[in-house]
Design a protein around this ligand. Sequence first.
Ligand SMILES: Cc1cc2nc3c(=O)[nH]c(=O)nc-3n(C[C@H](O)[C@H](O)[C@H](O)COP(=O)(O)O)c2cc1C
Ligand code: SF4
Length: 532
Amino acid sequence: MTLSSAVEALDALRRSALQRRQSEAIGQFRIAVQVGHCSQSVGAANIAQIFTSSAPDNVYVVEAGCDGYCFEAPQVFVTGPTGKKQFKQVNANDIVGILATIEAGLDGDTDETLDFYSGQRRVALQNCGRLDGSDIDDYLIEDGYQGLAKALGSTAQDVIEEVKASGLRGRGGAYFPAALKWEGVRNQDAKPAYLVVNSEEGEPGIFKDRHLMEGVPHRIIEGAAIAAYAAGAQQAYVYVNAEADLSAKRMHLAVDQAYDRGLLGDNILESEFCLNMEIRRGAGGYVCGEETTLLDTIEGYRREPRLRPPYPTEAGLFAKPTVINNPETLASVPYILANGAKAFSEIGNNGDSGTKLISLSGSVNRPGVVEVPMGTTLRQIVDGIGGGAPFGQTVTALAVGGPSSGLFPASMLDTPIKPGMLHESGVMLGAGGVIVLDNQTDVLDAIRKLASYNANESCGKCTPCREGTPRIVEAIDRLLSEDGSSQDVDELRYLADVVGGASLCGLGQAAGGPITSGLHFFPTRFAEGDGG
Ligand SMILES: Cc1cc2nc3c(=O)[nH]c(=O)nc-3n(C[C@H](O)[C@H](O)[C@H](O)COP(=O)(O)O)c2cc1C
Ligand code: SF4
């Protein structure tokens, strides 16, 4: 297919989206109420409903996803001919006043220059929180699916080369080069090939993929379609966490709309390329995000990792070649195709391309989801974007990268983020969680929480992890009760080493991270417990 025919097919879709928007007599003003899994807990869905039922004819209300500004939820963005305005922590009593402000004409501006936004670079999250999370027309009008049109006008190998040149690595935690995985599947003789979007996101302190699914579901579908085209897959599954109901709802709707517009199904954008996509719900548990466990649960087996090799690229779903990618990885792909590899690779730092979504939580003034260039320091994220610890508290430590990673003391705040290991003691960027701890938190207790999470989530298939992770918790408990001895510290060191070295999957292999980083950075806290 030529590039111009795919682009023309997309242009036609975009024009009809614009016509629909105009002919639906949509008013001058648009209210986007941010309804995400985060803001639902503070009544955002109710706020959206009240706006919809009480807005005058010249006001158009949509439900957007949360743009990461979770700490001010529920948030409402109003745009109109005379300006735009952002309303924060909206409650039902504010609605009459907001509608009156709109009637009087908008003269305000948004807070987009605030530190929270200005330290960020939005690629995967672009327009998240502004676009209607349930309407494909919004995405099409804002130039959505252009990356897919470009891809379909090129050969699969050209797409692979472009993404290789961008330097994009997987954002699920392992940082494997995305295009190499696609090429690996493409080069297999066995057919058919599959693509699986790993939206399990089961680990504590990580909530960025939900933001993508709820706010920009079509960007994930577009990225998945490009990846499938490159890898030669015609069937895709989106594996959504069992508890992420809103994400699943928006993804379902987005998939249906993409079929309706010819962006999924047969002859996408009038090309030869066909792709079917289905949603599958997770089987429950952190280990379901481990890629081979995920495949087994889709096939109906119990949630346990497979032995590797063979790797999923060789024998994955139903023993066929399979690409497994994180939604953030895929949501970065449309930008690369639409703007070129160079534009993406120039965003990062020291050869680490692009941006990273960070789930920022804990003792910080502005918790939420942020997207920053690779190379941004933890200090810029925690103090600059997050606003530091609340008044009266000081940042003492950070739990970076999830339960299988480790802890940094505040003295490591100037560490830049990069794919993989941030420190040889076991601190990794992982999927990008940053939990801020303050002077009121006992760091050994925090390590215990991570260790007990790993012990509870161990699937039990292999002995080192099944037996070793609970022993780690027991040794920490002895130190916390101050009945411990230096033997417990030695045992922890030994267990971290053995569990890490002998376990079957990434859960056990990294379960020593909290211990080794804790012993490295906080040795005196361990010594207090052993009576030393
Ligand atoms: C215990 C465990 C849980 C994981 N959970 C997730 C997850 O929720 N989402 C994800 O994309 N990757 C997760 N991973 C990593 C996946 O196995 C895999 O590397 C990733 O989905 C590949 O996508 P990417 O190359 O785009 O990063 C997990 C790994 C382990 C060991
Ligand atoms: S390392 Fe833990 S989670 Fe992974 S297979 Fe072994 S027991 Fe299961």
